[in-house]
Design a binder for this molecule. Structure first.
Ligand SMILES: Nc1ncnc2c1ncn2[C@@H]1O[C@H](COP(=O)(O)OP(=O)(O)OP(=O)(O)O)[C@@H](O)[C@H]1O
Ligand SMILES: [Mg+2]
Length: 338
């Protein structure tokens, strides 16, 4: 254990050096405050310092203050030696960073006992610092690993999406081609979320707006014949976890895909309103179009295809509810609490 003794009196310094060396301490001894500060600025400086208060150049109290200002940690443990034994001086020394004090003349055995107390604390702090360093290291490692996993998942999802689209392009039969393209659209909504997850550091708080805006643009790009459709988005600035955003993205994908497929004829103009807001504790995703509306005799229980079934399933997965109805077109709503 390294110990610094700053004491201008030659005899006391030599006695203390010999005494603590005998107990196995690695002692550095200096005779003034500036030398003490120099030693404390070196790497691997002592963890325990015995400082005489009255010393030439810079006094012990000032050395103590400067050490605390530079180090900004609980170490080193500082014991002040002082002939200034009045209460005010002691309070000043302790409040300016000293951990303990001894009035001169002192008993060397008592000083040794106080140094041992200091060393116990030093060892505890060093162990704690090491544990903190290990935790930070493990945490950084885990973050990197998670990023790597997300990266690979994103790449795999991208590959699945590309394979579905490629196969769809090769199929002559229009309805089969649609089925494969719709499947690719569902995969796309997951891929876009993973793109958002990659730069994120907090997977529990991902911007809903940033994700849904990108998703809407990507879906729109898949329907070039519907370029006269105007999107009006009112997506609140909320953050949600990936657990919620994956089903939410697929739900929105189904709603918009249905509008693109059924609400308007090719080349026809139309408006789609997408709202995502929070009312009290409830989130509401509302998608409205001003297209032709649901077919006559539409019954959500009987007329649903895979898309609406998927919406209902995912809505219940996030413990929410789903409704679809005609109102100047179609209004689709999913409500859920987090
Ligand atoms: N916005 C809309 N405007 C008009 N009709 C709609 C709209 N949304 C849904 N529909 C009607 O609801 C039906 C069921 O939709 P659903 O998404 O469940 O199946 P789908 O789109 O036909 O097939 P898929 O399984 O590929 O999604 C559609 O066939 C369509 O008639
Ligand atoms: Mg559908």
């Amino acid at each position: 254990m390294k110990l610094l003794i700053a004491e201008d009196d030659n005899t006391s310094r030599e006695i203390l050096t010999a005494f603590f060396s005998k107990y196995g301490y690695e002692v550095t001894a200096v005779d003034n405050g500036s030398k003490a500060l120099e030693i404390m600025e070196e790497p691997d400086s002592p963890d325990l310092v015995i400082l005489d208060w009255i010393m030439p150049e810079i006094d012990g109290l000032e050395v103590c203050r400067r050490i605390r200002k530079n180090k900004k940690s609980q170490l080193p443990y500082i014991i002040m030696l002082t002939i200034k034994g009045n209460t005010d001086d002691i309070i000043t020394a302790l409040s300016d960073g000293a951990d303990d004090y001894m009035s001169k003349p002192y008993d060397t055995e008592e000083l040794k006992a106080r140094v041992d107390v200091g060393m116990r604390l030093v060892n505890f702090i060093l162990k704690q610092q090491e544990a903190e360093r290990k935790i930070t290291e493990l945490f950084t490692e885990k973050e990197l690993l998670l990023k790597e996993v997300h990266h690979r998942v994103k790449n795999n999802i991208s590959t699945i999406e590309s394979m579905l689209r490629l196969q769809a392009d090769l199929i002559q039969d229009g309805s089969f081609r649609h089925i494969l393209n719709d499947a690719a659209g569902r995969v796309q909504s997951m891929r876009i979320l993973y793109e958002k997850l990659l730069p994120a550091s907090d997977y529990k708080n991902i911007s809903v707006k940033a994700y849904l805006d990108d998703l809407i643009t990507a879906i729109l790009n898949l329907f070039p014949s519907k370029r006269y459709i105007l999107f009006k988005n009112e997506i609140g600035d909320y953050t949600l976890s990936e657990k919620i955003l994956i089903p939410l993205g697929i739900i929105l994908n189904e709603m918009i895909t249905n509008i693109m497929k059924y609400a308007f004829d090719d080349g026809q103009s139309g408006v789609i309103n997408i709202e995502f807001q929070k009312h009290d504790s409830e989130y509401v995703l509302k998608v409205m179009d001003n297209g032709r509306g649901l077919p006559d005799n539409f019954d959500v229980e009987k007329s649903a295809g895979y898309g609406l079934m998927l919406i209902k399933l995912l809505a219940s997965q996030i413990k929410g509810s789903f409704s679809i109805r005609n109102k100047n077109g179609v209004v689709c709503e999913v409500m859920f609490n987090v």
